[in-house]
Design a protein around this ligand. Structure first.
Ligand SMILES: [Fe+2]
Length: 343
């Protein structure tokens, strides 16, 4: 049996890979012109040295925490069959001024429908920031674009997704727009997906902890499910702590609550993976405890890494493989395995 450290070392290249993390968007508004409420720290020039340090320090900090069950992709036993295949995409920012939001959202629909036609796609999870500070845009996005998706889709709320809360309005609540509340559980076969809200109704700079009580209740209810996947728009680890990137929860009142959420996720055995949106620069994975937190770049907006989405394939033994797809140029950016818990 290999030591946890050896398992970690075999995965280190994948963790350090992040090939597009330093690439600035070739067109669109420069970082320095972000609106203040975007709460994005301007990055005028990518600082390779600093990023390298962050990656290294993150890896070092994680070395002792890597659990034994994470293995290399090529170690997947041959013959396993895919039981469920789903995609995660985030940050469409539909309606954002001075961006080709109709084109970029149309590309997402094309990517997803092609995945469905070519390899099969059971569901799409949109992990927040579907729109950009306009409740009316949520309806336009739904009716002009998402209705042409050829697979079921489920929407998590991002900090830029505003509901107007006016009684009787078509956008008075997340549920009225999408048919489910912003904290929502989806079951696909015997697998469970928890979509957790980390935002205020209409306040882009509010980065909140997910609802611990709701998550705990759902995790208890589904404790016998073979796999649970959790969608949380905003990174719960504090902004730039322990080698994690910026744009996480940062308000001191929220930090302990968010840490409690992570502890809950990391101590619940059947949670297989957590997915974050919000940080358009991130395309890969961060690790805490025995849990992996995956990012998926972005679909729209005016900043970030190469646009794209994440694919997750769950096998018949309930292990899973996930990889980021570069939607702009095609191809995988990375690949990680989430092994099934040992019985
Ligand atoms: Fe975003």
């Amino acid at each position: 049996m290999r030591s946890p450290l050896l398992v970690f070392l075999t995965e280190l290249p994948a963790l350090a890979e992040k090939p597009n993390i330093l690439q600035k968007q070739k067109s669109g508004t420069p970082y320095s012109k972000q609106k203040p409420h975007e709460s994005i720290t301007p990055m005028k020039t990518p600082d390779a040295t600093r990023r390298s340090f962050l990656k290294t320090s993150a890896a070092t900090a994680l070395a002792s925490a890597i659990p034994l069950r994470w293995v290399k992709a090529e170690e997947i036993p041959a013959g396993r069959k895919i039981k469920l295949r789903f995609a995660v995409a985030s940050d469409l920012h539909y309606g954002q001024a001075n961006t080709p939001f109709d084109q970029m959202t149309g590309e997402l629909v094309t990517w997803m429908n092609k995945e469905k036609a070519d390899k099969g796609l059971d569901a799409l999870f949109l992990n927040g920031d579907l729109t950009h500070d306009s409740s009316a845009s949520l309806v336009t996005l739904r009716d002009n674009h998402l209705k042409t998706l050829s697979m079921p889709y489920y929407c998590g709320k991002g900090n830029h997704d505003f509901v107007d809360q006016t009684p009787g309005s078509p956008t008075e609540s997340w549920e009225k727009i999408w048919g489910h509340p912003s904290n929502h559980t989806v079951k696909l076969g015997d697998m469970v997906f928890l979509i957790a809200d980390t935002t205020a109704p209409a306040k882009a700079d509010a980065y909140l902890a997910a609802d611990h009580a709701w998550l705990q209740e759902q995790l208890l209810k589904h404790k016998d499910a073979p796999a649970v996947f959790v969608m949380i728009h905003i990174q719960q680890r504090k902004h730039k702590v322990d080698g994690w990137p910026e744009h996480g929860v940062k308000d001191e009142a929220q930090v302990p609550k968010a840490e409690a959420v992570m502890k809950l996720l990391e101590t619940t055995p059947n949670v297989r993976a957590v997915f974050h949106g919000h940080n358009h620069l991130e395309t890969s994975v961060y690790v805490s405890g025995e849990r992996r937190y995956f990012f998926d770049s972005h679909v729209g907006g005016n900043w970030g890494a190469k646009r794209g989405y994440r694919i997750v394939e769950v096998y018949d033994d309930h292990s899973a493989v996930t990889y980021q797809v570069n939607g702009e140029q095609g191809g995988e950016l990375n690949r990680h395995v989430c092994e099934a818990p040992k019985k």
